[in-house]
Design a protein around this ligand. Structure first.
Ligand code: NDP
Length: 354
């Protein structure tokens, strides 16, 4: 039976101004196909299958809540495009990003989570059970954990995507270690680029920042630190128009944004640090976002809608690590489980249940 959400009495969607980046909506009232053998309603429904979503699923599954995970057509999140992960505790030899995600998924499934590789196209969070449409199927849930992540912005060059994981990266914390005593180029002029460049000076022998204008966008303190670092050199008014190298990055072709002149700069690595976009898509209509466009969290992992929780990079513009996302997923699952118990929808759990 449908129930109003919390005390809000049939919550209305937020007014969206601007492009909205909405997922393509399935038409309201469209017939819903059943998926043979698959559950389509759950006490806990997780959106996203990166470290946050799958950790939430592991915790919810181990609390006997049989969660459904709508993991996206490109399941696994950003770690699927990461090569070696050396900072996730428990893997002293390192582990490939995709393998780490496979293991998390297997762990969630072992305890009864149903993981479906579909994108969520539309949601209705006006009342419980919440309704979500994905792959032409309607799902219903008493609680929803939004763990849809964030995507790094790329330059959108063919050579950049071909050499991703072969010297092209969007994460200095993940991949900086592999560039010990090498030369790297960092693209961008905001705080992320400045932070990545400074981080990379720990390993690289030279860090060349390539920025398309003649001044940085990032904070003054970060600018001062970067410019004072003897390993950092800045190429102003420059943009990367091609990544060079057949199997591995060997350089970048730069274009002067004032004169249009082109030249090649040799490098062993290329770090793209031009920002991230949180995957708020279909939720923007319902949940608040902060001034950077990330989902706003009210208390613990709660949102403005009672029964809807948030975990991982979709709300975190600061840490953006697999381990912090996983920790967040754990918190959201515990919050959802407690919320269900408070509403008489699940047995009160003891901490040992997890
Ligand atoms: P920003 O949007 O602040 O900066 C993006 C940078 O990338 C800009 O310099 C921009 O150039 C450049 N850029 C964007 N698109 C392209 C492109 N296609 N080609 C070349 N260059 C491009 O993103 P950040 O991720 O740096 O920061 C996001 C927010 O997070 C900010 O508010 C920042 O302060 C915050 N942050 C805070 C940190 C901290 O406090 N420690 C660390 C990291 C981020 P242009 O300047 O010309 O627009």
């Amino acid at each position: 039976m449908s129930q109003d959400v919390g005390g809000l009495g049939g919550l209305k969607p937020l007014q969206i101004i601007g492009d909205g980046e909405q997922g393509m909506a399935a038409p309201v009232g469209a017939p819903v196909e059943a998926v043979p053998g698959n559950r389509t309603s759950a006490k806990v429904l997780v959106v996203g299958s990166g470290p946050a979503g799958l950790t939430a699923a592991i915790y919810a599954a181990r609390a006997n809540l049989e969660p459904i995970v709508l993991g996206g057509y490109e399941a696994g999140g950003q770690l699927m495009i990461t090569s070696e992960v050396e900072n996730f505790p428990g893997f002293p030899e390192g582990i490939q990003g995709p393998e780490l995600m496979d293991r998390m998924r297997a762990q969630a499934e072992r305890f009864g989570a149903l993981v479906v590789d579909v994108d969520v196209e539309r949601v209705d969070l006006s009342k419980r059970p919440f309704r979500l449409w994905a792959g032409g199927v309607e799902y219903q849930a008493e609680t929803v954990i939004v763990a849809s992540g964030a995507s790094a912005l790329w330059l959108e060059l063919e050579s950049e995507s071909r050499l991703r994981g072969r010297g092209v990266s969007a994460c200095a914390t993940c991949d900086g270690f592999f560039f010990r005593d090498r030369k790297v180029v960092v693209v961008g002029g905001g705080d992320t680029a400045l932070e990545e460049a400074l981080f990379l000076t720990r390993y690289a022998r030279e860090v060349v920042m390539v920025h398309r204008r003649d001044q940085f966008r990032g904070s003054h303190i970060m600018q001062e630190r970067a410019l004072a670092n003897p390993k950092v050199r800045v190429l102003w008014n420059s943009r990367v128009v091609e990544v060079l190298g057949a199997e591995q990055v060997s350089g970048v072709r730069l274009q002067d944004t004032v004169t249009g002149a082109e030249r090649d700069e040799p490098t062993d690595g290329l770090f793209i640090a031009i920002g991230h976009r949180p995957n708020t898509g279909v939720f923007r209509e319902w949940l608040e976002v902060d001034d950077k466009g990330y989902l706003a969290v009210h208390e613990d992992t709660r949102t403005r809608i009672d029964g809807v929780f948030v975990a991982g990079d979709v709300h975190d513009s600061r840490y953006r690590q697999a381990i912090t996302a996983a920790g967040d997923g754990c918190r959201a699952a515990i919050d959802a489980e407690r919320w269900l118990a408070e509403h008489g929808l699940a047995e009160p759990a003891t901490m040992s249940a997890w």
